[in-house]
Design a protein around this ligand. Structure first.
Ligand code: C2E
Ligand code: CA
Ligand code: CA
Ligand code: CA
Length: 274
């Protein structure tokens, strides 16, 4: 048993070493001759609970790393935010997402995630305007998702940038609502069009009527101030029914569809609207 324990210990040590090397390599690649061509998007439908039709798709970035294969954003976005590489990556994401939006039916918008670092980038509004113009896109077809951590310090500059995005005609979505440092100020000073409730909160409310009461009151508040509410991580029919009863407008999750590449997303939309 002792020898077995040592073996397990050695396996853990080897795994930790592999992970440390991967983290180092990712850091290095992000900061040296970054190949933007290796970043691509998948799109996950956001579905109106009442009709089952997609009203938008969320663009989710993937990195096809030459050595490690396809990496999920959680593995590289934090470091990209830290090093500033998120600025070129974010511009690339915006460009491909807007190009793709132009290929979708008018009633389907594209939701794009923005980091705090991007919100503080002085060129953001102009970059957005250029991408809309290049594709002759109605601005309302683009929704920007921001997490509360992205706007943690709701400074006059942050409010001005978000107002600028709204002035272009794009829409704003408050992402992962309730999961981090929620603050009334966020809702107070920025007019969000949508509220997305974090997956964990949704899951932990199933079978708990006190938590469901909290969600029900959030959807009431949202309705009163003109926001639509999306529930994330919808994985079963029961969850879909529960969210509908709680007053949610939209759902996103594996019950409807995982994130898909361009062609598969088009197929999914065609199949759904038949
Ligand atoms: P998020 O904005 O909360 O995106 C939703 C995440 O939940 C996605 O993970 C999605 O694949 C996953 N998901 C969707 N439905 C289900 C479900 O039914 N069950 C479960 N278990 N998971 C589900 P993903 O693609 O790994 O993205 C992780 C995070 O990375 C995103 O969280 C977002 O914060 C960030 N991210 C993604 N793309 C971008 C980007 O282009 N720019 C920035 N700044 N951040 C991005
Ligand atoms: Ca998001
Ligand atoms: Ca989210
Ligand atoms: Ca999340």
């Amino acid at each position: 048993a002792k020898a077995e324990g040592r073996g397990t210990h050695r396996a853990f040590a080897a795994q930790a070493e592999t992970e440390a090397r991967q983290t180092r390599d990712i850091k290095f690649a992000l900061n040296n001759d970054l190949d933007l061509g290796a970043f691509y998007l998948e799109y996950q439908p956001i579905v109106a609970l009442a009709t089952g039709h997609a009203t938008s798709v969320e663009a989710l970035v993937r990195w096809d790393h030459p050595q490690y294969g396809v990496l999920r954003p959680d593995l590289f976005i934090p470091e990209a935010e830290h090093s500033g590489a998120i600025i070129p990556i974010g511009r690339h994401v915006l460009a491909i997402a807007c190009d793709f939006a132009a290929t979708l039916p008018d009633e389907v918008s594209v939701a794009i995630n923005l980091s705090a670092v991007q919100v503080h980038d002085a060129g953001l509004i102009e970059t957005i305007a250029n991408n809309l113009a290049r594709n002759a896109l109605a601005p309302g077809r683009i929704v920007f998702e921001l997490t509360e951590t992205a706007i943690l310090n709701i400074t006059p500059e942050t409010v001005a940038t978000l107002d600028g995005i709204k002035a272009l005609g794009c829409r704003l979505s408050l992402d992962d609502f309730g999961s981090g440092f929620s603050s009334i100020a966020t809702l107070y000073y920025v007019q969000f069009d949508r509220l997305k409730i974090d997956r964990t909160l949704i899951h932990d409310a199933m079978g708990d009527c006190r938590r469901r009461a909290i969600l029900r009151n959030i959807t009431h508040l949202a309705r009163e101030i003109g926001m639509r509410v999306t529930g994330e991580g919808v994985e079963s029919e029961q969850m879909k029914t529960a969210l509908t009863d709680l007053g949610f407008d939209h759902g996103q999750g594996s019950l409807f569809s995982p994130a898909l590449r361009d062609a598969a997303l088009h197929d999914w939309l065609n199949y759904r609207t038949q």
